[in-house]
Design a protein. Structure first.
Length: 159
C-alpha cells in the first residue's frame, strides 16, 4: 500500500499530542468519512521531497531536502527508536506554510503543471495537471486557514 500522509492544521504540539491520544494515533482522513480535523489526504505526497518541490516552485528557489523544515513532534520516543514504523507526526516550518498560503490563485495552474511533471510522481497514474491543480488548491487552502488562525501545518505519517 505504501506510506500514508495526512496534512492538518493545529494550534500547537500539545494539541496534536492530545488529538493523537483521542484518535488512537490516526489516521485523520478516513476512507468514506469526514476528516477528524481540518485535513488534506496527502496520498503519496511526502513533506521533504514532493511537497518540498512545490514549495520551492512557489518560492522560486532551488529544491532542498530541508525546505519544508519538518520536525518530529509525536511520539517523542520515535526519534530514538530506529525500529519504530509509525504512525508519527511532523510539524512543517512557518516558511513552508507561508510559501503555500501566499501562492496567488493565478499561479496555481502553472505550479500544478510543473508539480505534475516531477520525477517522484512519474510512477503514479493520477498526477495529470488538472488533478494536481485540485490537490494544490487543497494544500494552499489548508495553509491559508492555518496562517489566518496562527496554526502550524502538521503531517501524520504511517507506513
Amino acid at each position: 500500500m505504501g506510506v500514508l500522509y495526512d496534512y492538518f492544521r493545529s494550534s500547537d504540539d500539545e494539541a496534536v499530542a492530545e488529538l493523537m491520544a483521542r484518535i488512537d494515533g490516526g489516521p485523520l482522513v478516513r476512507e468514506g468519512g469526514s476528516p477528524v480535523e481540518d485535513a488534506v489526504d496527502g496520498k503519496g505526497i511526502d513533506p521533504p521531497v514532493v511537497l518540498g518541490q512545490v514549495v520551492s516552485f512557489a518560492l522560486d528557489v532551488p529544491w532542498d531536502a530541508d525546505l519544508t523544515g519538518e520536525r518530529l513532534m509525536w511520539p517523542a520516543a520515535a526519534g530514538q527508536d530506529l525500529e519504530y514504523e509509525g504512525p508519527w507526526v511532523v510539524v512543517l516550518s512557518e516558511r513552508a506554510r507561508d510559501a503555500l498560503a501566499q501562492i496567488p490563485d493565478d499561479r496555481l495552474p502553472d505550479l500544478a503543471d510543473r508539480w505534475s511533471r516531477i520525477e517522484e510522481l512519474s510512477h503514479y497514474s493520477d498526477t495529470q495537471p488538472e488533478l494536481m491543480l485540485s490537490r494544490l488548491r487543497e494544500f494552499v487552502g489548508l495553509a491559508r486557514r492555518a496562517r489566518t488562525n496562527g496554526d502550524s501545518i502538521y503531517c501524520w505519517i504511517c507506513l
